[in-house]
Design a protein around this ligand. Structure first.
Ligand SMILES: Nc1ncnc2c1ncn2[C@@H]1O[C@H](COP(=O)(O)OP(=O)(O)O)[C@@H](O)[C@H]1O
Ligand SMILES: [Mg+2]
Length: 334
């Protein structure tokens, strides 16, 4: 195997790039992975690209089980490898809360694979278990059983220093922004760096860079209460990025915002995903959020995952009743 493209990008764009950069050369592609990020609706376009590729090199997209649709490419060998890295893997995760002797199961046997570079949506109605699920990923909640694997490392049993180091690489954004009212915008953004012990000049430089990224450098010296909801969420996004996270968890990040502000925050998240390669887990009860930015989605209902797949596929042909309801395909009063 030659060069390994550790890629989270859409296969189609990778194929296009290869065709461009190696123009005139012979190139051959072998896609052995199923979950390689191609919505069924786009397969034709991908295959059309394949037919432009000739023989010589091979691109292998590993990881997921082989799918018959790729069978024609499986026979090829040697050349280039394309590896989709798994960023988060949840294996048979369950969480039971016990309140004054009463048990409540908030998650039951949840298994998910989130790849590097995904914007992975987790959608469900209120009480479905979404927040519990996302809090299990960074172990703010301890799973009752099952495991959490992050970037190949089983972190389920982490505590103390290991756990705080892990959390530093996972940013989190909440519905209600969770900013410190007594700190300026800049001091909010630099807070994680202060915890880490960076000196003032370094963290202010990084803080201003991040405020610039989210379009708020002019507000650095103001306080959260002087900002609109959308601006406050941008500050919390900047703060989540301070530690160069590999993953950002968003729990209903746009649920307190009006629709236009929601769109601009979603665009910012998508930009961060594309330009910085940060994997995003997006918890929401709004199907529009999934439609707009998620490449994959899992639907959670009554503590269980009831369906999952490429967002385009699930939205086009939902199988679970709750998904159809969320899509407005079931009469609201039915
Ligand atoms: N700390 C807790 N103690 C007891 N029950 C909880 C706790 N957190 C959540 N729950 C219960 O677990 C279920 C799922 O909650 P949650 O994960 O917050 O759902 P969602 O975010 O989808 O609205 C709910 O029935 C909720 O009441
Ligand atoms: Mg919630």
């Amino acid at each position: 195997m030659g060069t390994i493209y550790d890629s989270s990008r859409h296969l189609l764009s990778l194929v296009e790039e290869l065709l461009e950069s190696r123009e005139g050369e012979n190139l051959r592609i072998d896609v052995t992975g199923a979950g390689v990020g191609i919505p069924a609706a786009q397969l034709d376009a991908v295959f059309e690209k394949f037919t432009q590729l000739k023989t010589a090199d091979v691109v292998t997209a590993g990881l997921a089980p082989q799918e018959s649709v790729f069978a024609p490419f499986l026979a090829l060998t040697g050349g280039y490898g394309l590896q989709w890295r798994v960023m988060i893997q949840l294996k048979n995760l369950s969480k039971t809360y016990s309140t004054r002797g009463v048990e409540h199961t908030a998650l039951e046997d949840v298994s998910l694979t989130i790849e590097d570079g995904d914007i992975f949506g987790i959608i469900g109605i209120s009480g479905a278990g979404k927040s519990t699920l996302v809090r299990c990923i960074n172990l703010l909640e301890k799973p009752t059983s099952g495991s959490v694997v992050i970037d190949g490392v089983d972190v389920t049993g982490f505590d103390g220093r290991q756990l705080s180091d892990l959390r530093a690489t996972i940013g989190m954004i909440f519905q209600d922004f969770n900013l410190f009212a007594q700190r300026t915008v800049l001091e909010n953004v630099t807070f994680p760096l202060e915890i880490r012990g960076d000196d003032r000049a370094d963290r202010e430089r990084r803080g201003m860079e991040l405020l610039d990224l989210v379009g708020l450098s002019a507000k650095a010296k103001q306080y959260p209460s002087q900002l609109s909801g959308g601006q406050q969420q941008r500050v919390s996004i900047a703060r989540a990025l301070a530690n160069h996270p590999r993953v950002i968890l968003c729990d209903e990040a746009t649920s307190a915002l009006d629709s236009l502000t929601t769109n601009s925050v979603l665009k910012l998240l998508r930009q961060i995903n594309r330009e910085m390669g940060v994997t995003m887990v997006v918890i929401t009860h709004e199907i529009g959020v999934v439609e707009k930015i998620c490449n994959r989605v899992a639907v959670i209902d009554g503590s269980r995952i009831v369906e999952q797949g490429m967002a385009a596929d699930v939205l086009a042909d939902p199988s679970a009743e709750v998904t159809r309801r969320l899509l407005g395909r079931v009469r609201w009063d039915a």
